[in-house]
Design a protein around this ligand. Structure first.
Ligand SMILES: [Zn+2]
Length: 150
């Protein structure tokens, strides 16, 4: 387990890019629009640095205008479903209904998945979604390039 995680981190820092299937990308943007002005969240699954699918998870935050919290049981159910489909969770997404696609101080403080990429959909300009990706590890934030795949 430990070796697998380390291996993935090495891959990530070498490439510093996340390939997201166009369908999955469209899906998370649609999800962000659908729940505006609340933040949405969910998981992304695939292999290594390629995202193949996105699955929404309910936002359990009591202040969903400005925060997200993956609803615990739904998250566990989706992780199991992804694993059964032979996919690993390699990214977590959420939206900023009125902000940029950059991690907030709270996002940085609360990031608990060092081996996943954080994808943020910023809707400050509602006609031009600002989708960006980040590695967040122990307070360190590194941008990850998003490459759109088919
Ligand atoms: Zn955020």
């Amino acid at each position: 387990m430990y070796i697998e995680v380390t291996y993935r981190l090495v891959i990530m820092s070498l490439t510093n890019a996340l390939a997201i299937g166009s369908e999955a990308l469209k899906q998370i943007i649609d999800h962000a629009y659908a729940e505006y002005p609340y933040e949405v969240c969910g998981l992304m699954g695939g292999h290594d640095t390629t995202v193949e699918v996105a699955v929404p998870v309910a936002n359990a935050s009591l202040t969903p205008h400005t925060a997200f919290e993956l609803e615990r049981q739904a998250m566990v159910d989706e992780i199991i479903a992804l694993q059964r489909a032979n996919l690993e969770v390699n990214a977590i997404y959420h939206s900023h209904p009125n902000g940029p696609g950059e991690p907030s101080e709270r996002d940085i403080a609360e990031a608990t998945w060092p081996d996943a990429v954080y994808v943020i959909i910023g809707l400050a300009d509602v006609e031009a979604p600002d989708v960006r990706a980040w590695m967040i590890r122990q307070g360190d934030v590194e941008p990850v390039e998003i490459v759109i795949a088919d």
